[in-house]
Design a protein around this ligand. Structure first.
Ligand SMILES: C[S@@+](CC[C@H](N)C(=O)[O-])C[C@H]1O[C@@H](n2cnc3c(N)ncnc32)[C@H](O)[C@@H]1O
Length: 258
């Protein structure tokens, strides 16, 4: 499969994750950090087949393009996840870490699916959003989660990583993708791979995992189905050098290509 974009440290494919993953060699990446379409946002078929913008950005004016692949019911979502998670397990070196983003509705399905894919499920890290919408008479749905596990045994060595984050998502026009994750969260997670190791994200979206990996001195392989988002990710990742920066500077990169 010909990359949509490549340079010395980045390879980005535009296409279906499962098809692209099947072309990657065994034991060739050091961490899988990803954010698949959640297929969440409702109980009924009508809810699930709604546009991603109306599901995930209900209260905001937004200009980011909708994305596909987000309308499976819970059972078929779990089955599909097990397929690509199994491919990721084959591609990961023994001991590699995987972290898969999800929300409260799909949390039980994702913990099942990573095990069905061959990974050892080891925990859940939480991303708490300080600006989550309050709900009368009940807790705000303030958290998204990273279900994490390993490809077999993983030695207790290396850097310690946080188990939760308290970071606001980008709002409105600052965002390049409807479900963009904060660079600060990803910069922590990608450090599960060694320096110069390879981080894989089969649902790359606007390339946030890639940006974090390159900033942290790791290499990156991304896959993205949408031509629009693959192109956006390619532009975002071109020429990124490792450097120590804070979130403000990461925001600068968003402004730079908007
Ligand atoms: C939740 S978003 C990822 C957003 C990303 N974390 C970011 O910060 O920009 C999931 C992405 O997966 C892509 N996608 C959906 N189905 C796919 C498939 N079968 N193969 C590869 N990418 C797919 C969508 O186009 C969407 O951009």
């Amino acid at each position: 499969m010909t990359p949509h974009y490549s340079d010395e440290r980045t390879t980005l494919y535009q296409g279906d994750a499962l098809a692209a993953l099947r072309n990657l060699p065994d034991a060739s990446v050091d961490a899988v950090i990803t954010d698949p379409p959640y297929s969440s946002g409702g109980q009924y078929r009508g809810d699930r087949s709604a546009s991603t913008g109306s599901k995930y950005l209900r209260s905001e004016v937004h200009t980011q393009q909708d994305f596909t692949g987000d309308n499976r019911d819970q059972r078929s979502f779990g089955y599909w996840c097990a397929l690509w998670l199994g491919e990721c397990h084959r591609i990961a070196r023994p001991g590699s870490l995987i972290a898969v983003a999800t929300d409260w509705r799909q949390l039980p399905t994702v913990t099942d699916a990573i095990q069905a894919g061959g990974w050892v499920w080891r925990g859940i890290a939480a991303w708490a959003k300080p600006n989550a919408r309050p709900q009368q008479g009940r807790p705000a749905a303030a958290c998204e989660f990273y279900v994490w596990g390993t490809a077999g045994a993983r030695p207790l060595e290396g850097e310690t990583l946080p188990g939760f984050w308290h970071v606001s998502p980008l709002r409105g026009a600052d965002r390049m993708h409807q479900t963009e994750k904060p660079v600060a969260v990803l910069r922590d997670l990608v450090r599960a791979a060694p320096v110069d190791g390879v981080v894989l994200d089969p649902f790359a979206g606007s390339g946030t995992t890639g940006l974090a990996a390159l900033r942290e001195g790791r290499r990156f392989i991304g896959i993205e189905l949408s031509h629009h988002y693959a192109e956006l990710a390619a532009r975002r990742l071109a020429g990124i050098q490792p450097r120590q920066v804070d979130t403000q500077t990461d925001l600068f990169d968003v402004a730079r290509i908007a």
